[in-house]
Design a protein around this ligand. Sequence first.
Ligand SMILES: NC(=O)c1ccc[n+]([C@@H]2O[C@H](COP(=O)([O-])OP(=O)(O)OC[C@H]3O[C@@H](n4cnc5c(N)ncnc54)[C@H](OP(=O)(O)O)[C@@H]3O)[C@@H](O)[C@H]2O)c1
Length: 254
Amino acid sequence: MTSQEKTIWIIGATSGIGKELCKLYADDGWQVVVSGRRVGRLEVLKETYAGVTSLPLDVTDNEQIVQAAHDFGENASLPDLTLYCAGVFHIGGLSTLTDDVCVNAMDTNYFGAVRTIHNLFPLLKERGSGQIAIISSLSGYGGLPYAASYGPTKAALINLCEALRPSFDRANLSLSVINPGFVKTAMTENSKLPMPFIVSAEGAAKRIKKGLDRKSFEIAFPFPLVAALKLLRFVPYWAYFRLVALTAGKRNSS
Ligand SMILES: NC(=O)c1ccc[n+]([C@@H]2O[C@H](COP(=O)([O-])OP(=O)(O)OC[C@H]3O[C@@H](n4cnc5c(N)ncnc54)[C@H](OP(=O)(O)O)[C@@H]3O)[C@@H](O)[C@H]2O)c1
């Protein structure tokens, strides 16, 4: 199948990493279906790039995802690749543990991905091909003081993908979890945190596409941060907390 015949569905395409991925895949000749809540931005993508169609939806509304999956199935237009990019981030520690913030973060970052997988998997399995990729984050590797409401949603996504990988394998489908470090987007623009090895949204999109082309299970970057955070999993907690405090600083952790 040539890239001209392939379709990608990007959920969370109206800004940041998802928007850059839309550009990248459209430039590569794919048909791109873009989703998000900001309809105006979806329309701009549709007008700017060839092969883009707009499918507005809110991932916190289960019915909208059920309907989208049903429509793809009915029209025999199931995506070859579905990329779940939707996410919200409220920076902070204890102060972010309000019902509003935490429920919305879990609903958007985690349950939206669950709804997407739950509704697409049976259709892709029946067709016998398909790839789903979920953007999590390096903050899902371990608790970080400025991400008390966000980190758990990303840890849950990594765990979910690990749990589901064997089922995808058995169905001959591909599942990837994408764990970026800091990326320059609206999500990070007002942050006063130290953001080591931050990459541009364009750079992040290129790394993600390369990993997805190879169907890697985990796509994680940048390497120095990935290596440091993976190593932190093996140190005792007294050392973990000291090292995290050194790198994360004290700001935004209340
Ligand atoms: N930036 C970073 O440093 C970084 C690092 C690691 C992981 N990530 C992850 O990468 C993904 C993309 O983030 P980004 O940095 O590109 O941030 P962004 O520019 O703020 O993009 C977030 C996207 O999520 C969509 N979204 C949010 N709530 C939604 C909802 N209820 N329904 C549908 N779409 C929704 C937004 O679209 P609408 O507002 O139009 O709905 C937007 O397109 C997120 O999962 C984020 O957690 C980011």
